[in-house]
Structures are given as C-alpha cells and as structure tokens.
Design a protein around this ligand. Structure first.
Ligand SMILES: Cc1cc2nc3c(=O)[nH]c(=O)nc-3n(C[C@H](O)[C@H](O)[C@H](O)COP(=O)(O)OP(=O)(O)OC[C@H]3O[C@@H](n4cnc5c(N)ncnc54)[C@H](O)[C@@H]3O)c2cc1C
Length: 475
C-alpha cells in the first residue's frame, strides 16, 4: 500500500526554523508540510519533563541585539518572565579555594587571587599592544584579544573543554561574530574593583514561564495539520523535475521546493546530486549529553543557587550547568549539566556519565549529597554546535549554490550550518520568506484550501534506523 502526499513546499525539520517558516507560509496561504523525525516538535528548543522537573537542553534565554526580533519575542503571549542575568564562572585557586567570578571572564578578573589577576592584566595589555589585524583561528583570536593570562586561566581550558576539536581548527568567527572584546578602559576599571556589565545585550533576557517549548508550541499552534511527526527523512530524489522525500516508515512526500533545516551533513548523506559530495572535511560539530538533576523538596543547590547558569573550565565532566528554577519560578530546583561527547566518553554508558556528573557536583559542593537528589535524566543530542572551521564558508557557498539550482534551500542553525541563536533563526527565516515574495515564488496557492493532499492511508509504522535523540530516564 502506498502513502503519498502532494504539496508545494517540503520543510524538513520541526525545530524553531521549520516551524517559523511554516507559520509564515501558513499566513501566506501556501501549501506545505513539515517533516519531523522525533515524536515532538521543537528540536534544540524543547522543554523536557521528567516527573515534576522541567528542563531544556541547557540555557535557552530569549534576547537579541536586533530590537525588532526582541520586540517580536516580547509580543508573544507566553507569560515571559524578565530576568537579570546572574552568571558565574568557577575558578579554583592555588590551594583549592573556589572563587566565583562574574561573567564574562574579563569582567570577573577582580575576584581572582592576586597572582592570577596580575597575569590577566599584564596579558591583556600586551595583547592589545601586539594585536594582529585579522585573526584566522580561535587560537589566534584568544592570543589577539585575551592575552596570556586570560588564555591560561579561562579561554584555553574552557574552549578545549567545550569543543570537540583543536582550537587551531576552529575559525575566529566563532567568537568574533558573537563577542566584542571589552574596551581596555572597561577591563581595567573592572579588574581594579568597579562592577562593569559585560555583554550588555544579554544582561536582561526573557523566558516563558512554562519553558522554551512554549515558543515552539505557540509558533505551531495554527498549523498542526501540516506537521508530520515520526517522519524521519531518509532519502530525497527528483522525479519528473519534482522532489520526492522518502521517510523511514515508508511514506512519500512530493513537492517542488525543499527547505531543509535538518543538519546539513545529514542532508548530504541522504541526497544524490551531481556536484555535491557526501562528506566534506570542513564540517565539524559537537554532540552533547544533557544530564538533568532534580532536587527533593526542601533542598537547594549551593554556591550558584541564584544563578541562571555557570561555567566550569577545570576537570569536572561538564562545561556549563543551568538552573531551570532561576529561569521560571514555576520550576522546582533543577540543574542541567552539559557534557561534550569526546572519545573518552564513547565507551561509557548513560548511567556512568550521569554518575560522573553527580560525583563532580557533590565534589564541588553544589549538591550536598546524592541523598538530596529526587530524579535524574540524561539525553544525548547530536549536532548541538556546528563549528565554524576556517574554510567552511567557501565550501558551504558552493554546496548552497548547487542545491538552490534544484530548488533546495538551507535554513536554520544546523540546516545552514550557522552558529545561530533563536533570534538569528527568526530573523533569517523572515529574510528568506521576504526573498521568496520578492522573487514571485509565493504566487496564490493553487488549491482551494491549504492543507496537504493525502493520496493513500498510512501503512503501519515500520521500525526504522533513524538516529533519534536518545532518552534514558534513570531515577
Ligand atoms: C546547548 C545550547 C544552548 C543554547 N542556548 C541558546 C540561548 O540561550 N538563546 C538562544 O537564543 N539560542 C540558544 N541556542 C540555540 C537554539 O537552540 C537554536 O538556535 C534553535 O533551536 C535552532 O533551531 P533550528 O530549527 O534551526 O534547529 P533544530 O532545533 O536543530 O531543528 C532541526 C529539526 O530537524 C529534525 N531532524 C533532524 N534530522 C531529521 C530527519 N532526518 N528527518 C526529519 N527531521 C529531522 C530535528 O529533530 C529537529 O527537530 C542554544 C543551543 C544549544 C545547543
């Protein structure tokens, strides 16, 4: 039995990018479907629930340097709470004493022990005097803007910990597009005791009281009939000039324009097009384990109990933890630790990774003892950070050009392999739809209604080998 759908736009992935695109196409009365491999929408911007505990995949704060996008977030009926950022960096001094520094690190230098502080100040000054015109790699950028002290005490150990590759393989764009180094005078004043707010554009942010999932749920609310869950895209090919998408459970979706928000490296494997390879060396990325720890009633996390998130650069298993109850007052005390998948972890079971995190939290004194823990959970999520590599842009441009010739467009964080936050996703989708309109692609829909046409009934779901985010609940 054949199950087949005809439509015009085939959107791959129901993360924020796919959903925002669908929302806009719906408003323009276009024919489209959204295919999502998971049984829930939201992608990286999902909120999970384990027992009474709500948790995201790490920090999901809504902010933007672009006022229009931030106004859009604020205009949504999501009961957002406005939050003043309180973020710390754990620093262990010579005798094992823990110092909690303000974030970003260069604005927390004043809390360092004297010898470390002097290294950071002298290094910052020397780096400024020797600054090269245009750093190419992250390694160069650190030498250029941070200097040897900040490099030694934060930038090098932290970045080695988070990225799953060498810092000389990471493009300076990773930071240069996101971080402006603090002006020397600000750094200097702060190092000598003045409280200066770094990265002011995210010093206040908003967050929906029921979790970041509500942003995705709201975006999807008027088009649920267009979204196909458990529809893992397995193969794309062209028949008579049109695209056919095959899902792992045997369904077929026909359309003339494909917009892919699934990880670009996955798309390349699933598609056969002359001039487009299956693998390119320039694509590097992180996969992450998110470990959730919920506390029993009456217990609190220590040291960072009022922070929204904190960074860890030493030999703990995690590089960052977020505290969900400081994003929404509706949530019980819940911490999410982020652990980059590295070769040493590949042989560990989810239980072992969870135990590493718990042991480190107890060792640091953030959790009093394992007896205070009410529930734990762990999820492995692939493609959390597409890493900008030095030759990425030119390769991406060639691939993109070739795909556009076949009416296949790339959008979103992993879809276009861009290190985008949610505001960047919303903005890029807006530009994309404006371009479609300008180019006259969005003519009047040729159907009397704008729901996809179902040709045959769905066959029973077959077991597929689609790589889903794996979810293991351990309590
Ligand atoms: C740890 C972390 C912290 C972050 N913190 C912030 C923050 O504080 N503020 C902020 O603004 N942004 C933050 N972001 C970024 C934000 O999560 C992303 O910008 C946004 O969610 C990306 O949406 P997307 O739709 O482009 O991608 P995704 O969410 O990755 O969506 C892609 C979708 O495609 C689906 N898919 C994959 N393969 C297939 C297939 N074969 N078939 C069908 N479907 C498939 C996936 O399941 C997924 O639903 C953070 C991201 C991470 C990882």
């Amino acid at each position: 039995m054949i199950y087949s759908i005809n439509t015009r736009f085939l959107i791959l992935g129901a993360g924020l990018a796919g959903l925002e695109l669908g929302r806009r196409l719906k408003a323009l009365r276009q024919d489209f479907v959204i295919l999502e491999k998971e049984s829930v929408i939201g992608g990286l911007a999902r909120t999970n629930k384990t027992g009474e505990y709500y948790w995201d995949f790490g920090v999901h704060a809504l902010y933007s340097r672009d006022e229009a996008t931030f106004d859009y977030f604020r205009s949504l009926p999501l009961n957002c709470q406005t939050i003043n950022r309180n973020v710390k960096i754990f620093h262990t001094a010579n005798k094992g004493k823990i110092h909690l520094l303000d974030y970003p690190f260069e604005m927390g230098v004043r809390e360092l022990p004297l010898n470390h502080k002097i290294e950071c100040i002298v290094g910052y000054l020397l780096a400024r005097l020797k600054r090269k015109a245009r750093p190419v790699t992250l390694e160069d950028w650190i030498a250029n803007f941070s200097g040897f002290g900040i490099a030694k005490h934060f930038m090098v150990p932290y970045n080695n910990k988070i990225w799953s590759c060498d810092l000389s393989e990471v493009s300076a764009e990773l930071v240069s597009l996101k971080i402006e180094p603090a002006p020397f005078i600000q750094f200097f004043l702060s190092a000598f005791g003045k409280k200066v707010t770094g990265r002011a554009y995210q010093a206040r942010f908003i967050y929906p009281e029921h979790g970041i999932q509500s942003l995705c749920d709201y975006t999807a609310k008027d088009m649920t009939e267009h979204i196909y869950l458990n529809a893992c895209v397995e193969k794309l090919n062209k028949e008579n000039g049109n695209w056919v998408i095959h899902t792992a459970d045997g369904r077929k979706f026909h359309g003339s324009i494909v917009i892919s928000t699934i990880p670009l490296v996955e798309l390349l494997i699933k598609i056969d097009l002359a001039g487009v390879e299956k693998h390119y060396d320039v694509f590097k990325w992180n996969n992450t384990y998110f470990v959730m720890i919920g506390l029993k009633n009456g217990y609190q996390f220590r040291y960072i109990k009022d922070c929204q998130w904190a960074f860890f650069k030493e030999d703990e298993s995690f590089y960052r933890v977020s505290l969900m109850h400081n994003f929404s007052t509706k949530f019980p005390p819940t911490l999410v630790a982020e652990v980059t998948q590295k070769p040493a972890l590949l042989k560990k079971t989810p239980d072992e990774i969870k135990n590493l995190v718990l042991a480190d939290l107890v060792h640091l004194g953030i959790i009093e003892s394992e007896d205070s823990v009410g529930a734990t959970d762990i999820m492995y999520i692939p493609y959390t950070y597409p890493i900008p590599t030095p030759k990425l842009e030119s390769t991406k441009q060639e691939i993109r050009q070739r795909l556009i010739e076949h009416n296949l467009y790339l959008l979103g964080r992993n879809g276009n392999w861009d290190y985008l936050n949610m505001d960047g996703v919303i903005k890029k989708v807006g530009h994309f739809v404006e371009n479609l309109e300008k180019e006259g692609v969005l003519g009047a829909s040729d159907r009397s209604h704008n729901s996809p046409t179902q040709v045959r009934a769905l066959p029973p779901t077959r077991k597929n080998n689609c790589d889903k985010g794996s979810h293991i609940t351990i309590s």
